[in-house]
Design a protein around this ligand. Sequence first.
Ligand SMILES: *Cc1c(COP(=O)(O)O)cnc(C)c1O
Length: 400
Amino acid sequence: MTKKTSKSQTQRIETVAAQGGGQTHPPFAEVVEPIHLSTTYERAPDNSYPGGAVYARDGNPSFRGPEQMLCAMESGGAALLFSSGMSAAVAVFQALKPGDRIVAPRQMYWSLRNWLVDFCDHWGLTLDLFDAIGDGPADCCGTGNLAELLRRPTSLLWLETPANPTWDITDIRHAAALGHDAGAIVCVDSTVATPVFSQPIVLGADITMHSATKYLNGHSDVLAGMLVVAEPLQDSAFWQRVAMNRAAGGAVPGPVEAWLLARGMRTLFVRVRTAAANAMHLARHFDGHPAVASVLYPGLATHPGHQIASSQMFGGYGAMLSLRVRGGADAAIACAARLRIFKRATSLGSTESLVEHRASVEGPGTQCPDDLLRLSVGIEHADDLVADLEQALSHELHGG
Ligand SMILES: *Cc1c(COP(=O)(O)O)cnc(C)c1O
């Protein structure tokens, strides 16, 4: 169900989030929306559907809370909740026609890129990958060879910033302008930035995508995805097709998951700001550490994307960072094995800190450096996280 937001001029998005959207719910004026379990809804005698809901595969009243909240947070026109981040992205790509052309970054969420390469081949789409990090001083924008690729007509430009797992930054304003000149719809995977720090639609994107499994839900217990569309496109044929893909394929979460997500979103701002402050603390602490070859974090002035990140992320640089451990893959894996607070698990964006030897997850063909540990920094006490990493890294120094 595509719903317009009731955008308030006066309330800040922190307020919208904390209030779970702000409405109370009839008939009991509950301050928390109840879970709507029904899969079907009765018609009125005049044959209409009084509440607008018809059947659960098209949508569920429990989706409205998360959809309206994210719409307000991202300054969008409409939002759609999906069963996963991947199903949200897939709905966008499946709205294209055979013969259409996609331009996407080489460095992006691994599972999505792998699926996309295969899908384009199968669906008769042209896919060109750009390198966000160019090799000359002319690359001011983290767009590399993007301008060159966008000289030809393009249907869809996909961006991800900060991008897994080196947190490359792409200038959304610049890339979106190039994409629009080529006739493309511009979609940004903003899972890592979160609406707390960045609003791609405000920067010129047409669609913002989130794996809501990550920061939006924030507790490692719900799989979900979201798309938000800019107001001018909310009635477009493209967006209608995205919505149809969701309804026809039933790419929707259950009502209980939607309700849990709405609850998680209420604390988005405090969680993400605390986690990002912890990440900045860790990045500064381990930058220059004798057991660490480099710290990859856009909040550090030495990160190649720092300037652009500062111009499009407001109030923080996110809570994802990577450490390249001296001694290569074996040293990195051994370091992860000694961590006690960081859990060795994939995924990101929860209250608990996670660590991952990313090349092991991505497997053969990965471009991820094999000495890289990806950290999803949680909201624990920063000193405990520092101490945990210090003890794990100290063995590298003493050859233990
Ligand atoms: C996790 C993730 C996805 C995929 O989302 P799922 O909810 O796992 O389907 C896409 N993009 C990014 C950046 C992610 O971190």
